[in-house]
Design a protein. Structure first.
Length: 365
């Protein structure tokens, strides 16, 4: 098993955005030093709490400060962009990282972003997303003249193409034929999970969903792989979780359930945001449970893995036995303004004590 980190990112609205960018960069640099293999950064346009509008420009700051960690978009919300712009920016970033890049894509998940870009019709967002990635990969695979037409996008470059000047040529990525493509999965039994398997993309399961939903992602992904006559590889599956590791179970529990703590804010925010979208079922261990019966403590207990290194290793092993054989565990990063030292210690213990226990147990099995 390998470790990674994921940042929406999610910060309380009172925080200075300059300071949150610096803090989130610190997290990537620390993850690289500890041997985490991937850092995933999300994208939103209309949330001061989730302020990264361009993951490429943000993660570019991490390139010279890191050595081995892959920098991954988690995700680029394709319906909010013209595919030619994404194709050019992603290709450039791939060169800047010399291939330390995974191209995570998705249809988006924030209602205000949907309204901003005129994507409020759910039926259209997925179709836009799929058409966009098809356009992007066609741009990367070919050269001018370009003549790509679809339901939503039309790209034509057939004038002033001069090979010796390089005019008219769209950039190609560093990795060939293109960077690995990953897709975020959040809903139970997502149709996008099957598409991910059919296309040979990497599935990434969200951190704030219950175990039954995570398990359904592997089922749908495996269906897609089977339909494409491709083996479903556990090493390709990323599963993100909120995890707190401390010296003792009691200390970890106190961090998780601290009313002033960042996890309290994290799940309060998610519950309110998903309530506005009438989509709270995505968080609930029992999707039929009335919202009025759900408490914050219930969400924290169900969706956060916490304890001593020994306890956390046992919980992760049990979680993996329930959900399926994911090969990469992606640590969701909360805000660090409050009790930063505890979160840094937790991140360190996960890499230095929990991961070796998991690998040792797997080897023994």
């Amino acid at each position: 098993m390998e470790l990674g980190i994921f940042m929406m990112p999610l910060h309380p609205p009172h925080r200075n955005v300059t300071e949150t960018f610096e803090e989130d960069l610190d997290k990537i640099v620390m993850a690289d030093r500890l041997g985490y293999s991937e850092a995933w950064v999300g994208q939103h346009f209309t949330a001061s709490t989730e302020p990264v509008a361009n993951p490429f420009s943000f993660m570019a700051a991490a390139i010279p400060q890191t050595k081995q960690i892959k920098l991954c978009t988690g995700v680029i919300n394709l319906p909010c962009h013209h595919p030619a712009t994404v194709a050019a920016e992603a290709a450039q970033f791939d060169h800047m990282t010399r291939g330390r890049f995974i191209f995570g894509i998705g249809p988006g998940a924030l209602a205000t972003d949907f309204q901003l870009y005129g994507n409020e019709e759910g039926w259209a967002r997925l179709r836009k997303c799929m058409e966009s990635i098809d356009v992007i990969t066609r741009i990367w695979a070919g050269g001018p003249p370009y003549d790509i037409k679809g339901e939503f996008y039309a790209i034509t470059v057939d004038k002033n193409i001069v090979p010796e000047l390089g005019t008219g040529y769209m950039p190609k990525p560093y990795q060939q034929p293109h960077p690995p493509i990953a897709c975020s999965l959040m809903s139970p039994s997502p149709g996008l999970g099957k598409i991910t398997g059919e296309r040979g993309w990497l599935p990434v399961s969200a951190n704030f969903i219950p175990a039954y939903s995570v398990a359904s992602h592997w089922t749908k992904y495996a269906e897609g792989c089977d339909a494409a006559n491709r083996k479903a590889e556990p090493a390709d599956w990323r599963v993100s979780r909120n995890i707190i590791v401390a010296d003792t179970d009691e200390e970890a529990r106190a961090i998780v359930f601290d009313p002033k703590g960042s996890l309290n804010y994290y799940f309060s925010y998610l519950w309110k945001a998903l309530s506005l979208a009438n989509y709270t079922l995505v968080l609930k261990a029992n999707p039929n449970q009335p919202d009025a019966e759900v408490t914050l403590d219930m969400l924290l207990e169900d969706l956060v893995i916490y304890g001593s290194p020994k306890t956390v290793a046992e919980k992760i092993a049990a979680f993996r036995a329930t959900t399926g054989p994911f090969g990469r565990l992606i640590l969701a990063m909360p805000d660090w303004e409050y009790n930063r030292a505890a979160h840094e210690k937790s991140m360190t213990l996960l890499a230095t004590e929990v991961l070796p226990k998991l690998r040792k147990a797997k080897a023994a099995a």
